[in-house]
Ligand binder design. Sequence first.
Ligand SMILES: *[C@@H]1O[C@H](CO)[C@@H](O)[C@H](O)[C@H]1NC(C)=O
Ligand SMILES: *[C@@H]1O[C@H](CO)[C@@H](O)[C@H](O)[C@H]1NC(C)=O
Length: 830
Amino acid sequence: MSLFMDVGKSLFFWVFLFSLFRFSFSFTPAENYLLSCGSTINASLLDRVFIGDSSKLASGFLSGDRSVSLTDQNPSPDSPTLYRTARVFTGESRYKFDIKRNGTHLVRFHFSPFSAQNYKLESGKFDVSVNGFLVLSGFSTNAVVIKEYVMNLDLGELNIVFCPVEESGFGFVNAIEVFSAPKDFIIDEGVLLVSAHGNEEYNNLSSQVLETVRRINVGGSKLTPVNDTLWRTWIPDDDFLVLKPAAKRAVSTQVPNYLSGGATREIAPDNVYMTAQQMNRDNMPVNSRFNITWQFPVGSKGARHLVRLHFCDIVSPAIGQLYFDVYINQYSAYRDLDLSSLTFHVLSAPVFIDFVADSDDSGFMGISVGPSSLSSPMKVNAILNGVEIMKMVNPQVSNAVSKKKNVWIVVGSVLGGFIVLCLAAAAAAVLLALRCKKEKRKPGPAESIGWTALRVYGGSSHSRTTEGTVHTSTGPNGYHSLRIPFTDIQSGTNNFDKALIIGMGGFGMVYKGVLRDNTKVAVKRGIPGSRQGLPEFQTEITVLSKIRHRHLVSLVGYCEEQSEMILVYEYMEKGPLKSHLYGSKYPPLSWKQRLEICIGAARGLHYLHTGSAQGIIHRDIKSTNILLDENYGAKVADFGLSRSGPRLDETHVSTGVKGSFGYLDPEYFRRQQLTDKSDVYSFAVVLLEVLCARPAVDPLLAREQVNLAEWAMQWQKKGMLEKIIDPHLVGQINPSSLKKFGETAEKCLADYGVDRPSMGDVLWNLEYTLQLQESGQQESHLDNDTNGTEHATPGITPSTSHRIGNLARSDSSDMTSSQVFSQLMTNEGR
Ligand SMILES: *[C@@H]1O[C@H](CO)[C@@H](O)[C@H](O)[C@H]1NC(C)=O
Ligand SMILES: *[C@@H]1O[C@H](CO)[C@@H](O)[C@H](O)[C@H]1NC(C)=O
């Protein structure tokens, strides 16, 4: 069973779907409570209806009986109906909401003071608690204020308690909103804590109660609830700019490309991403480098905040020119930010990045953007499109709330904190186990997507993805297009004969088959209820029909009939590389064979990265995704049908770590920055697997050996990599070849992507490694200093081979390639 294409997991191919699908819907919250307080009738605000909290419909929400309804008798003509009534609390009062959908919610309070009867609402002073979190303490206002909180709510009750303080004797509220946030509104991955001590990952953002403090449309105009998908207000940034002449507005007319970015229209509306501030070099001396800085008053000193920055490159004429640094309170928050790497190299694609930082001692949050050291002098620029600053509300109870409750809330939060700590401590240990487990996990019911999705986009879905590229030509299988009739596949696989199953995975079964023209194929057939859906299917077809290369497994065709989703690939006789390295009965491969396989795979990857206009990142390079044909020719496999490809409903491409444990680029893990250098990292792990004949992660080994990359690098740094190579290779590898190989892997495993070589460089280095091996064999034959089991090429004079040997032994990386190759050529010429 090992001769098979392992389709099982992960066919991660990040490609883009461009903006094929444009969303033009308004957001409908899954849970939506809107209350007009102190009113018996409903009030509308924009397209939303607020139910009167004294109406029959609203009974059950209000459980305090120490409140009165108040109506403004002399409202100003422009005041909305919603603000003409208020509920006044003369004692502790409570609103209760049934939470039937857990997850992130937005909670808003509207305060619009007026005077009626004996109440002058602006003199009210009160506390407000939400599920035990004191969100407003001693609050009072003489102007219209909307307070907004973002928090995760569990199933059950949401309790909002109003409590008058001191002698004011009352509190009030005009309206309350409680509604579910869009999916992934707050996510825990990819959040950076920025401080004097450098950056680290911040965990558990979603468990925080966040209070919106600032919401800024940088470079743009004021946006009111009517302009915003979530009825938010965004204000311009001008008043917060420290040096106005440093900034210049940028305005785009192009609708943001949400599909390629990490943000959605609910994260921020079009208008936020269509305007920005950029460096105003007109006002500055030529070639000067400077920051644009904003200082936002946040009202509390040294308090922890979420700072969400919105970016959309609407200023670059071409991709790959904009590199800039981001600072929060003068601490480096993000170095060399390359938006294109977060957006699949598409301009005008919105991205947001979450930071956690403390406000400074004067109660300000300073944000700067400025050119990075990577920007070329002529293209120096930096941008910012939007800012949201949200304060983390500390668990704290209202003094006014009854004692007994206090105790429980305190105990609850202390316990909660403790549990969080324990979880954090355990996380590292558990991570590994979890990851390994995850690999083997079968799709759970919650993940299942039925095939019904297949027709969602109607008949045009295919013309959209494959039109013009494949339909007009005769495919390699002799069919007029890549479409293969279902009946042909049926007969070619003996009606999906179980005996022909050669693999199994999240997508479904893989069968060995034969087409009408006797081509041997591997047939991947999706199963109903599989977690793999239409977009991945389309992605695979789109990518593979456009890209063909000797070292990439090619798509022979596909079938989309009768709710079937079937992909047909060329058959790879010898199966995955992994099974020829360890854990099977195959004879061990020679060093030369291994190098040739690595070179082939590197060529395929190099082509992926550079062969198409946009470049494609594989994202799941590992030894099971490199397949061998009957001649041990290597091809990179597994495209598009990934369980987490850029699905239409999954937009956080810039966040969320994907890939296989052990192969995962640590920088990608840390910074959520996806580049082709992540593939380079994973490829290096494959190189080490090839050399050491052991898995990337082996939890059964001693702790320092578990992770192959770490372990091998320890030996590499000691210059003793030969100690851990596959025993079958001992005595076979020329030391200079091994040295070069080790150096190549080491460079590819550099912490930062920028320090890693490109796939092109890797390819060159591997070819060189092979050259060194071949010339070294000649040397070993003549010098007889290794137990040469291979035959040397006859007819070289000792003097030449000695020269080559010495050259190869010296630090080859210090030498220009032409020097070495001219030596090799001299050799061959004789
Ligand atoms: C916001 O919406 C109003 C009303 O539809 C419209 O007049 C205004 O131009 C919009 N503002 C922006 C910046 O789009
Ligand atoms: C931008 O601001 C940061 C933090 O204050 C500073 O370290 C950096 O040198 C500034 N860059 C430029 C080009 O002025």
